[in-house]
Design a protein around this ligand. Structure first.
Ligand code: AMP
Length: 280
């Protein structure tokens, strides 16, 4: 496994790898868990080589403490990536990604500013900008993203389509712990009591999906989620949004097709998100 810290190193590696086959790419912010490893497994199954990037992107954090407290563990990440059989890992410094004087941004003007984008202004602009940069540096044939970050996946699909970027995007189902909690690098920051309460996101989404499949309205399902979160004293509901999985437009009543349920819940200052799809 080649460890590349500069753009020139990763470019040289990619040029080599592309001579013999296709390249799959998994962008991450590190503190790797089995969710990341699932994306890597899928990339490896479909490509000759897989590249992973680890970059805690400052421009997608609207809160300085959240950026500072974001878990980092390079040594154990590198060991996990070696065991997972990736060809190379890109570990850039912030000033390589954002050169002095950088002023160019990428923004999905509608999608970035609805739903989670309202509670996290600037977040999806930061994501779209850094992912575009990473795509331009790595130039992969395909990139893999988790459905857990549902709106992020929609933003990236939109941006790739709009900018004619020559790669395919794959969305991967959320990998969960034994009790249903979506794996997240942020979970390590939960106190034991908060961690014990965290399955409430998955429970609420599962019950809401069952309700929807049984014929309940979107509004009733959203209310059910809100009630379940309100019943957990350590949890505070930030947002529950029900959208059409294809258009990402908010849905109401009794829609047909696939509905994406997006949930955002705070435990103290730690924000957890989760998502589930219901096929109606
Ligand atoms: P992050 O390091 O949190 O930015 O995540 C990197 C990629 O892994 C993103 O595409 C996430 O959506 C994806 N990811 C994070 N957690 C999970 C999970 N539990 N299951 C599947 N994919 C995940």
């Amino acid at each position: 496994m080649k460890i590349c810290r500069s753009i020139s190193e990763i470019r040289a590696l990619i040029a080599d790898l592309k001579q013999t086959g296709s390249v799959g790419f998994v962008p991450t912010m590190g503190a790797l868990h089995d969710g990341h490893l699932m994306l890597i497994r899928r990339a490896r199954a479909q490509h000759d080589s897989t590249i992973v990037s680890i970059f805690v992107n400052p421009t997608q954090f609207e809160n300085a403490d959240d950026l500072l407290l974001y878990p980092r563990d390079e040594a154990s990440d590198l060991a996990a990536l070696r065991a997972a059989g990736v060809a190379g890992v890109f570990l850039p410094e912030a000033d390589a990604i954002y050169p002095e004087g950088a002023e160019t941004i990428v923004e999905t003007t509608q999608l970035a500013n609805v739903l989670h984008g309202v509670v996290r202004p600037g977040h999806f602009r930061g994501v779209a900008t850094v992912v575009t940069k990473l795509f331009n540096i790595v130039q992969p044939d395909a990139a893999y993203f988790g459905k857990k970050d549902y709106q992020q996946l929609a933003v990236i699909r939109r941006m790739v389509h709009d900018l004619h970027l020559p790669l395919s995007i794959h969305g991967i189902d959320t990998v969960r712990d034994h009790d249903g909690v979506a794996l997240s690098s942020r979970n390590v920051r939960l106190s034991p009591a908060q961690r014990r309460a965290a399955p409430v996101l998955h429970t609420a989404l599962t019950e809401a999906r069952a309700r929807l499949m049984a014929g309940a309205s979107i509004e009733d399902a959203a209310d059910l989620i809100a009630e379940q979160i309100a019943a957990e004293p350590l949890a505070r509901l930030e947002a529950v949004d029900m959208v059409d999985a294809v258009t990402f437009a908010p849905v109401s009543g009794h829609p047909e097709g696939v509905v994406g349920m997006m949930l955002s819940v705070a435990f103290g200052d730690i924000l957890l998100i989760d998502q589930m799809e219901a096929e109606l």
